[in-house]
Design a protein around this ligand. Structure first.
Ligand SMILES: Nc1nc2c(ncn2[C@@H]2O[C@H](COP(=O)(O)OP(=O)(O)OP(=O)(O)O)[C@@H](O)[C@H]2O)c(=O)[nH]1
Ligand SMILES: [Mg+2]
Length: 260
């Protein structure tokens, strides 16, 4: 089946773990992929991961730049005119991570209130939630928690990984940016999300961000697959992902702080 597909684009091949944007608000700050993941890929023990399509949902206030962010990465284009997303759109991106095919389905949702109820029906089954705010608009950062709570209602909090993304960095003078960054990092840490700041106009950090999303989603998929197969083998659940400081398994903490 895989042979019928064109080979993955050369610029979608990930051989090393891309680094986080800010160590203070990272899902983890290891310098390379989890050794168990590297081993599994080398020995071709990644099970169904190579056939899976991971769903990533992108949420956030209207006009913060969700569509532009996806278009910059998937099509390398930028449109300065605002066209509201009605309901949802999605793009597919195929990667190869450590030699294993891995696909992301990027769901671009509407931020406008009147389209929100349509969009929210597509939240279910996400592996990662990307919450976007505009670094020039503090209100959009303040709304991030509500976007997260809404997205988590449709998902199992222990099985999703979270990103908080500040957009339109090109419009923010450095002194002003550093002020909002301080607040954003605080919010990201509370949510157990990884923080990034990007510009879809200049392209700054856009590719780095999506490579990080693909890599961490892949890593958590392989770890989950290994956990499943070892549970099958010994008839019990073995916790592989137990390293301190990891934000993958934080359901309880997250629930208590962010969900209403
Ligand atoms: N300067 C600058 N403008 C941006 C950037 N990203 C988006 N914009 C502009 O912001 C406006 C809104 O962008 P969209 O991507 O459509 O916003 P959205 O979040 O998808 O909005 P909804 O679909 O309504 O939820 C557009 O006019 C974009 O050109 C950026 O990185 N820099
Ligand atoms: Mg949009």
């Amino acid at each position: 089946m895989m042979s019928m597909l064109a080979p993955v684009r050369r610029d979608r091949i990930i051989a090393e773990l891309p680094q986080c944007f800010h160590k203070e608000a990272a899902l983890h700050s290891r310098s390379s992929f989890h050794p168990q993941v590297t081993d599994a890929c080398q020995e071709q023990r990644t099970g169904t991961v190579g056939f899976k399509i991971s769903k990533i949902i992108v949420v956030g206030d209207l006009s913060v730049g969700k569509t532009c962010l996806i278009n910059r990465f998937c099509k390398d284009t930028f449109d300065k005119n605002y066209k509201a997303t009605i309901g949802v759109d999605f793009e597919m991106e195929r990667f190869e991570v450590l030699g294993v095919p891995f696909s992301l389905q990027l769901w671009d949702t509407a931020g406008q209130e009147r389209f929100k109820c349509i969009a929210s029906t597509y939240y279910r089954g996400a592996q990662a939630i990307v919450i976007v705010f505009d670094v020039n608009d503090v209100a959009s950062l303040a709304h991030a928690r509500q976007w997260l709570a809404d997205a988590l209602k449709e998902n199992d909090p222990s099985n999703v990984i979270l990103f908080l993304v500040g957009s339109k960095k090109d419009l923010s003078p450095p002194a002003q940016y550093s002020l909002i960054e301080r607040d954003a990092i605080k919010v990201a840490k509370e949510m157990h999300a990884e923080y990034w700041a990007v510009s879809s106009l200049t392209g700054e950090n856009v590719r780095e961000f999506f490579f990080r999303v693909a890599s961490l989603t892949f890593e958590s998929s392989v770890l989950a697959e290994l956990e499943k197969s070892s549970a099958r083998k010994i008839g019990d659940v073995v916790r592989i992902r137990s390293a301190d400081g990891d934000l993958y398994l934080t359901a309880q903490r997250r629930k208590s702080k962010c969900c209403r």
